[in-house]
Design a protein around this ligand. Sequence first.
Ligand code: FES
Ligand code: FES
Length: 163
Amino acid sequence: MEDTELHTVSFKLNGHVQVLQVAPRRSLTHVLDQECGMKSARVGCGQGDCGSCTVSVDGVPIRGCLLFAVQADGADIRTAEALADPAMLAAIRKAFKKHRAIQCGYCTPGFMILAEYILRNALPLDQAVQTLSANLCRCTGYSPIVSAVTELLALRAENGCGP
Ligand code: FES
Ligand code: FES
């Protein structure tokens, strides 16, 4: 018989502790949207293919549609609304705008999470491109997104740390 009882889940979301009662099979994406008011991670395919639901869980990009919210108990979650480093968030926004890496914007929050991960870990370009390939974009043709991240990596290398 399916477990329908509510479970207590507690996680840190964008630096603030959340304690929620959730049904066991609700996805993290739905809970972040409907219970926490975080609208950036979106359900596209709902089955792990598109990456529009990507959020950072304990510093790693995760597809929120594939994670039950109860599995995030104790985790440190960041969404595109509030990446851990505000300066990096500003730099990513600026580079995406400059390179016209945003059209309809549906995929953009997921790509911002990936870009932050790439920069924080100073991934080499080939690995950065591979990481970006995890997400789908119907509009941009990907080149502008890769250009934006390439520029951010170059800035990072120049500055010796994050942009
Ligand atoms: S909505 Fe999660 S991967 Fe598409
Ligand atoms: S900008 Fe429209 S899906 Fe990527």
